[in-house]
Design a protein around this ligand. Structure first.
Ligand code: ZN
Length: 96
């Protein structure tokens, strides 16, 4: 896919916004004994596996909007599919 076409398209994402918690492994770090480090993250499924992508704070709103974009596109597609079934059915109804 050409790069320009990809950039022209608004970001679309299928996944879930979560908070990723981890201990960095440094023995002197506050996370060793206390609260783990937290960062916003996106979990998504790829090849049947759940993956996590950590996000910068600045990316969260962009990702949230991209998730909404996916959901509304999917709803539109499902509506179209329901209309497709209804159209097929009415065609059958008209014939009998
Ligand atoms: Zn740490």
């Amino acid at each position: 896919m050409p790069c320009i076409a990809r950039r022209a398209r608004p970001l679309v994402l299928h996944g879930t916004l979560t908070t990723f918690r981890r201990r960095c492994g440094k023995p002197a770090c506050r996370c060793a004994a206390g609260e783990p480090h937290e960062s916003p993250a996106l979990t998504y499924t790829e090849d049947g596996r759940t993956k996590t992508l950590t996000l910068s704070a600045g990316e969260v709103e962009e990702v949230r909007a991209a998730l909404v974009r996916y959901e509304s596109a999917r709803e539109e597609l499902e509506d179209a599919a329901r209309e497709g079934i209804a159209a097929l059915r009415s065609r059958r109804g008209g014939r009998t």
